[in-house]
Design a protein around this ligand. Structure first.
Ligand code: ATP
Ligand code: MG
Length: 559
């Protein structure tokens, strides 16, 4: 990984799109067919979103299609829950595979037949060595590997043993099938890779039909060929596997000739995208499930109120490159704020309430005031109630204000958003000396927030009427990791103890009860918030999607 990337890079063109364009121009390809091939062993995360946007994106732009293919070759780690979550998340992100939903497991019979094809051609053999022995004889980057003593088995014996592996005659690990390529190859992936292993395990789709399963390398390219994939786009760590990918395609009677291309995976500051670590975070309860709003999963981001459009915009903004880098989380946050600023309706909510009483407002009466839902659409308004008792934010009052503090303090006049000018007259304290209430007056001439005599105030603050405020729990999230480059090995020591802050007794304007789960609104002056599925009738819970500005970076000393 290299330097932190902050610049807005190319939007639109990249080397993958250039390759596709030239393949179309040269008529090497008539219809572009790509695939997104998740292994259903966890939930999708923001890194997968980059791959989904790329694969479905280019297919859409070039008039082709993109398949969703589950790479379900390891029944030990794969579950139906993950399959369902992946489909839901890809759809939510805004992409559609149409009728092209596939599973590598659908091809098991064909892939098996191709393994026999290799055996018959003298290009695969059954090896009785253990996994450890195979690893120990594979050689190193500088030294060649050593031939297995079983490498010279006859075709007949290989075929017989392989069929008996399939028939379930041997326990896990007793034997494997290896491609016979070159134990001295400079590329370790070509040193007789294991292509089938024995695994007595129930598969989510094929049940107990199989007790041998193909390796990723032996399943992936062949599945691409079966589906007529033209551009098999994967991340850089598979670059060294490409010669093997090509070797299988060249040595098997496959129905089409796909090509593999590699791009840089997404890495993000303050974030871990390793599925192994994400699984541990869930399993060991560092977080509250795969959709915990602190998780970088699509389910977590959705729950937090991040719009799918922000993820697509982010993917465009980071572009597609051939060199690994780390993207600054601030860039993602920027995409989220940019979309929400445009689409989120404005509401008022007081997170740390302080009561104010308007002494010259008639007792027992109230009035409705129009509030604009979004500054870009001033025609759309809602009614909010104004009355004698209101809540304002505790932070908007100071007893001994410094010079630059223009909000409430005794003798100071401010504007209540959409409503009136009010002046703080007196502070009420409890026995402990804490401020529990402000006594204020209002100027009835300033309805709507402007004074007819032209006098100005230096601050506008938000408020909620006490008579109909709704009590809510509000959850504030900060990055799950306190280090910009969390250690994926010992990640526990990098966990941010302040990643979740729960506020209770927050006061919301009642219209916030109507906001659907998953839709973010702006709490004026605070940030973007979204109803959490933990909400109960009359007891809403809101998640902070993101603050208005980057308060976290500021707390960390700025960037
Ligand atoms: P693993 O294979 O270790 O379980 P994975 O993250 O590679 O984890 P897959 O389900 O195999 O998970 O990934 C599906 C696709 O998403 C692959 O094509 C992979 O290259 C791509 N992908 C995964 N992580 C990222 C990432 N951080 N950035 C971009 N693409 C990614
Ligand atoms: Mg993978």
């Amino acid at each position: 990984m290299t330097a932190v990337e902050t610049a807005t890079t190319n939007v639109g063109r990249d080397f993958i799109r250039d390759i596709i364009q030239s393949d179309l121009d040269a008529k090497r390809v008539s219809t572009v067919v790509t695939r997104f091939p998740p292994e259903p062993n966890g939930y999708l995360h923001i890194g997968h979103a980059k791959s989904i946007c790329l694969n479905f994106g280019v297919a859409g732009e070039f008039g082709g299609r993109c398949h969703l293919r589950f790479d379900d070759t390891n029944p030990v780690k794969e579950e139906q829950e993950y399959i369902d979550a992946i489909e839901r998340d890809v759809r939510w992100l805004g992409f559609d595979w149409g009728t092209h939903l596939y599973h590598a497991s659908e091809y098991f019979e064909q892939i098996y037949a191709w393994a026999e094809h290799l055996i018959l051609a003298g290009k695969a053999y059954v090896d009785d060595q253990s996994q450890d022995e195979i690893r120990a004889t594979r050689g190193t980057l500088t030294e060649p590997g050593t031939d297995s003593p079983f490498r010279t088995r006859s075709v007949d014996e290989n075929l017989d043993l392989f069929r008996r592996m399939r028939a379930g005659e041997f326990p896990n690990g007793a034997r494997v099938l290896r491609a016979k390529i070159d134990m001295a190859s400079g590329n370790i992936n070509l040193r007789d890779p294991v292509i089938y292993r024995i695994l007595h395990a129930t598969h989510p789709r094929t049940g107990n039909a199989w007790c041998i399963y193909p390796s990723y390398d032996f399943a992936h390219g062949q599945s691409d060929a079966i589906e007529g994939i033209t551009h098999s786009i994967c991340t850089l760590e598979f670059e060294d596997h490409r010669p093997l990918y090509d070797w299988f395609i060249e040595n098997l009677p496959v129905p089409s000739r796909p090509h593999q291309y590699e791009f840089a995976r997404l890495n993000l500051t303050y974030t871990v995208l390793s599925k192994r670590v994400l699984t541990t975070l869930v399993r060991d309860k560092f977080v509250d499930g795969w959709d915990d709003p602190r998780m970088p999963t699509l389910a977590g981001l959705r729950r937090r109120g991040v719009p799918a459009e922000a993820l697509r915009e982010f993917a465009k903004r980071i572009g597609v490159a051939k060199a690994n880098s780390v993207v600054d989380m601030a860039m993602f946050d920027f995409s989220v704020r940019e979309v929400l600023n445009r689409v989120a309706e404005r509401r008022m909510a007081v997170l740390a309430p302080l009561k104010i009483v308007i002494e010259n407002y008639p007792e027992g009466s109230s009035e409705e005031i129009d509030a604009i839902d979004h500054p870009d659409h001033p025609e759309k308004t809602r009614k909010i109630r104004f009355g004698r008792e209101l809540f304002v934010e505790r932070d908007d009052f100071m007893e001994d204000p410094p010079k630059k503090f223009f909000r409430l303090s005794v003798g100071r006049e401010v504007r209540l958003r959409w409503a009136y000018f009010v002046t703080c007259r007196e502070v009420v304290k409890n026995e402990a000396g804490e401020v529990i209430e402000l006594r204020c007056t209002y100027d009835p001439e300033t309805r709507g927030g402007n004074a007819p005599d032209g006098r100005k105030v230096k601050a506008t603050i938000h408020w909620v009427s006490a008579a109909d405020a709704v009590d809510a729990e509000v959850r504030l999230y900060n990055p799950l990791f306190k280090s910009p480059a969390p250690n994926a090995g010992d990640f526990a020591s990098d966990i941010n103890p302040d990643s979740l802050e729960v506020l209770r007794g927050c006061k919301l304007e009642p219209s916030l009860l109507d906001v659907p789960v998953g839709t973010a609104v702006q709490f004026e002056r605070q940030g973007y918030f979204c109803p959490d599925p933990d909400s109960r009738p009359g007891a809403p819970v809101f998640d902070r999607t993101i603050g208005l500005r980057d308060t976290w970076a500021k707390m960390q000393g700025g960037k």
